[in-house]
Write a protein that binds this ligand. Structure first.
Ligand code: IPM
Ligand code: MG
Length: 373
């Protein structure tokens, strides 16, 4: 029996392209693993009314971790339109599988490293090396949303002094998304960020929130961050507002080490950080829980490039690196990152986004070849 059982879910669009590329690299490394494919994605929403079938959840429950390609997520109305006509009107509701997976397996910590590899012409600066810790299961992604606003909820909310001006608006003209932050959720992500900072010798952890406006939810994050920071005397807690942080990241990105944020702020800022080091073609990501983990590049499914083997697979290889770290395969992880860094530095084989004309699979072959150097 193989040492590791890995669920292998390409998902939608270019997810397949980059997962095929990953397989070339994994095979070359001879990782002692079994890769098990299962269904997930838009196709299964359309045909079954469920983008994440039970059989896929079952597979994940019986594997060590999952490597995930990409997923197409569309707003509600567009999703309803594409559902198989026989299933329409039967109460099927589209919900992004990756969001469901993060919650179902309590993958509370999303880690998104952004490192400027030497020789990458797309680097905004060459001295950027930061990592975003994004809370991954709550906040504005809790999924607790209403439209129209239920009457009983309005009754409760109308007790809040600031709600007054909304009480005169018809319920069908109000939509509500709840930003739920729990103390435990806040503590977990902040502690993970500090532990990481300690492990890798980072000097600071920056909490990116907005407590001057979101007084309760961001306020709770800030309160917990200050408490936890006191346990890590060598690591400075910096406090930044999300808006100012977008400015600072463009102005002085080299000053930052570890960023920690609630879910939506982490989502937004991790795309910004990705662009500082070459764009989504370089942005890896890990969803980590206490018992399970899913590794997926930050990029989406880019349907217009699907099946063309044109997109940059380096984000996926760096994601595989995160998976190898999780599996305790540190030697292979180091070799893979070394190879990716070398291929970037040499610049001989590059996809279109870096000004080259190599295919996704040619880059995979080049990274595979460089593993032994
Ligand atoms: C990400 C993506 C997802 C998110 C989408 C696809 C639902 O943007 O992983 O950053 O919003 O979390
Ligand atoms: Mg995102």
């Amino acid at each position: 029996m193989a040492k590791h059982r890995i669920a292998y879910l390409p998902g939608d669009g270019i997810g397949r392209d980059v997962m095929d590329a990953a397989k070339i690299v994994l095979d070359k490394m001879n990782l002692d693993a079994e890769y098990i494919h299962e269904d997930v994605g838009w196709e299964f929403w359309k045909s079954e009314g469920n983008a994440l079938p039970e059989r896929t959840l079952e597979l994940l429950r019986n594997t060590d971790c999952c490597l995930f390609g990409a997923i197409t997520s569309k707003p509600k109305e567009d999703a309803d339109k594409e559902l198989n006509p026989e299933l329409k009107g039967k109460g099927y509701v589209y919900y992004s599988p990756i969001l469901k997976l993060r919650q179902e397996f309590d993958l509370h910590t999303n880690i998104r490293p952004c490192k400027a590899y030497k020789g990458n012409p797309l680097n905004y600066r060459d001295d950027i090396d930061l990592v975003v810790f994004r809370e991954n299961t709550e906040g504005l992604y809790s999924g607790v949303e209403y439209y129209p606003l239920p009457d009983e909820l309005m009754t409760v909310l109308s007790k809040h002094p600031r709600m007054k001006r909304f009480t005169i608006i018809p319920l069908e003209d109000i939509a509500l998304s709840c930003r739920i932050i729990t103390r435990n959720g806040a503590r977990t992500i902040i502690r993970q960020a500090f532990e990481y900072a300690r492990k890798f010798g980072s000097k600071s952890v920056t909490l990116v929130e907005k407590p001057n406006v979101l007084r309760e939810t961001s306020g709770l994050m800030l309160h917990e961050a200050r408490n936890i920071a006191s346990e890590y005397p060598g690591i400075e807690l910096q406090e930044a507002n999300i808006d100012a942080m977008c400015m600072w990241l463009v102005k002085n990105p080299q000053d930052f080490d570890v960023l920690v944020c609630s879910n939506l702020f982490g989502d937004i800022i991790s795309d910004l950080c990705a662009q500082l080091v070459g764009g989504l073609g370089f942005a890896s990501s890990a969803n980590i829980g206490d018992k399970y983990a899913i590794f997926e590049p930050t990029h989406g499914s880019a349907p217009k490039y699907a099946g063309q083997y044109k997109v940059n697979p380096l984000a996926m290889f760096l994601t595989v690196k995160l998976m190898l770290d999780y599996l305790g395969e540190s030697e292979l992880s180091g070799r893979l990152e070394g190879s990716v860094a070398r291929v970037i530095r040499e610049g001989k084989v590059r996809t279109y986004d870096i000004g080259g004309n190599a295919s996704t699979l040619e880059v995979a072959e080049e990274v595979a070849r460089n593993l032994d150097i």
